[in-house]
Write a protein that binds this ligand. Structure first.
Ligand SMILES: Nc1ccn([C@H]2C[C@H](O)[C@@H](COP(=O)(O)O)O2)c(=O)n1
Ligand SMILES: [Zn+2]
Length: 190
């Protein structure tokens, strides 16, 4: 068990009171980590992007990653970038993480939701975000900020009143360890 995972105990009048566990993920870390986990599903060799849509009740209503459309085989459609013909590169085919997260929603709509995404949305995804009623974008990287595509996204978000801000993670890494569950410490009798 990680030290940060240990529950802090407090001694009150000689009685040990068990306090809640420390070191848990806060909501924002949890949602961004969910986006990053989804990105692990991407087959794109150069960029793996994930997105997670969350409603006002902190419930996840959609998750997605960049990938080929349904029915368009990951093995047959191209993943290259600098090809002589645009038809042989990925750009005309790949669905971006944001679009997939919104289309994968398990709620009637995503109005007033927040989208967490690894990379700032491109102009095409910005349009989809605005039209879907999402009002907040939380992103980790803005490495394409200088490109017209991304400048256009910001122009549209500003005009449409969609708030956007950069997520600064508290933890550089969040490790998922499938052997890491400490059943002892989870037992109610402890
Ligand atoms: N916000 C974003 C930005 C990019 N993507 C996807 C689209 C491509 O698969 C890849 C970027 O490709 P690149 O042109 O940089 O090789 O990432 C996305 O899903 N969401
Ligand atoms: Zn996009």
């Amino acid at each position: 068990m990680d030290l940060a995972d240990k529950a802090a105990n407090l001694c009150v009048n000689g009685v040990t009171v068990q306090k809640k566990r420390e070191g848990y993920l806060d909501w924002k870390e949890y949602f961004m980590a969910t986006a990053f986990l989804a990105a692990k599903r991407s087959k794109d060799p150069s960029y793996q992007v994930g997105a997670c849509v969350v409603n006002k009740e902190n419930k996840i209503v959609g998750v997605g990653y960049n990938g080929m459309p349904t029915g368009c085989s990951d093995d047959e459609f191209p993943w290259g970038k600098n090809t002589p013909s645009p038809l042989d590169s990925k750009f005309l085919y790949v669905c971006h993480a944001e679009m997939n997260a919104i289309l994968n929603r398990n709620s009637a709509d995503v109005k007033n939701c927040t989208i967490y995404v690894g990379l700032f949305p491109c102009n095409e995804c910005a349009k989809i975000i605005i039209q879907s009623g999402i009002t907040e974008v939380v992103y980790l990287s803005d490495e394409n900020a200088h490109k017209p595509t991304y400048i256009a996204s910001k122009k549209m978000f500003d005009a449409a009143g969609v708030k956007y801000w950069q997520f600064k993670p508290k933890n550089e890494k969040i490790v998922i360890n499938f052997t890491g569950i400490d059943w002892e410490s989870m037992s109610p009798s402890k």
